[in-house]
Write a protein that binds this ligand. Structure first.
Ligand SMILES: NC(=O)c1ccc[n+]([C@@H]2O[C@H](COP(=O)([O-])OP(=O)(O)OC[C@H]3O[C@@H](n4cnc5c(N)ncnc54)[C@H](OP(=O)(O)O)[C@@H]3O)[C@@H](O)[C@H]2O)c1
Length: 272
């Protein structure tokens, strides 16, 4: 039977490429995005249906879930991919930026998971894939405290849910990639800055430069990540955590090899 995957954040980047990859392999795809009226490509694919979904809006989550189930009859896999980065010094972040970071990257997956649980239980099982980040396992850059907070929270949420869902035959997994090519993530980062507080200027300039100039050797290609998502969706991969990319592995090895104080000094020195 043709399987169905539901993906959040398919207007660009990893979500979009994942939608096309699964659709090209015969899966039904419920591709969700905040502004489906702007979509011209995914709507033309015979295996893809596009639904409106801002993951922070509980009502929209309920309607997108219901519409996708009504359209396809059964959803087998849900990928919580939608995400954004609020970077910059915590001191300078607006209340809105702090809340929005949590709302999209943590509350969003919570909303989607809660909406799908009754359906998965009725089906006798299902699979969630939560797209985290290497910033959910180790803080790779200064001025990423809010983003890291959101992805560490997603890691904890997912680990906690593992126990609740396993007895119901519902699998849940994490994918932790580093910087990724061909996505809008860096250009969509919201920066907290204040010219009247120069204490963070140098570090901010270095981080912006690093993000803007990181070459492909420091990044993952989306296909590397999609291959992992596909292996989780098909059940060929049962790993709970799935770090992806050379940069991720290097940082995790470094963190494991030394005391945390030494790791923090080493990473911090790159920006001071
Ligand atoms: N690229 C990286 O360096 C990197 C590294 C590690 C982890 N990640 C994670 O990978 C995931 C995918 O990001 P990406 O790299 O593909 O970046 P991307 O191209 O910016 O894609 C992010 C997607 O999330 C959507 N989104 C943002 N806020 C949303 C909301 N409230 N409701 C629904 N959708 C929303 C965006 O839609 P709009 O077009 O409407 O804004 C966009 O489709 C994210 O969870 C990100 O945190 C990325």
């Amino acid at each position: 039977m043709q399987k169905t995957i539901f993906i959040t954040g398919t207007s660009s980047g990893l979500g979009r490429e994942t939608a096309l990859y699964f659709a090209d392999r015969g899966w039904n795809v419920a591709a969700t995005m905040r502004s489906p009226e702007k979509e011209t490509e995914l709507t033309k694919h015979p295996n893809i249906r596009v639904f409106r979904l801002d993951v922070t809006e509980v009502d929209q989550v309920a309607s997108a879930t219901a519409e996708a189930i009504a359209t396809f009859g059964r959803i087998d896999v849900v990928v919580n991919n939608a995400g954004m980065g609020a970077y910059g010094a915590l001191e300078l972040a607006s209340e809105e930026a702090i809340d929005w970071q949590f709302a999209v990257n943590v509350r969003g997956p919570i909303n989607v998971i809660r909406a799908f649980l009754p359906h998965f239980r009725d089906n006798g099982g299902g699979t969630f894939v939560n797209i985290s980040s290497f910033m959910g396992l180790t803080v790779a850059v200064p001025l990423g405290s809010l983003y890291a907070m959101s992805k560490f929270a997603l890691e904890g949420l997912t680990e906690g849910l593992y126990y609740e869902l396993k007895p119901q035959n519902i699998r849940i997994h994490l994918v932790e990639q580093g910087g990724t090519e061909n996505t809008s993530f860096v250009s969509n980062v919201s920066w907290s800055e204040d010219s009247e507080v120069p204490a963070y200027n140098e570090m901010t300039a270095k981080l912006k430069h690093l993000m803007a100039t990181a070459g492909p050797e420091h990044k993952s290609h989306p296909q590397e990540i999609i291959d992992v998502i596909y292996s989780l969706a098909t059940g060929n991969n049962q790993r709970f955590r799935n770090p992806v990319g050379n940069m991720t592995r290097t940082l995790l090895d470094m963190r494991a090899a030394m005391p945390i104080e030494e790791y923090l000094e080493k990473v911090g020195a790159l920006f001071s």
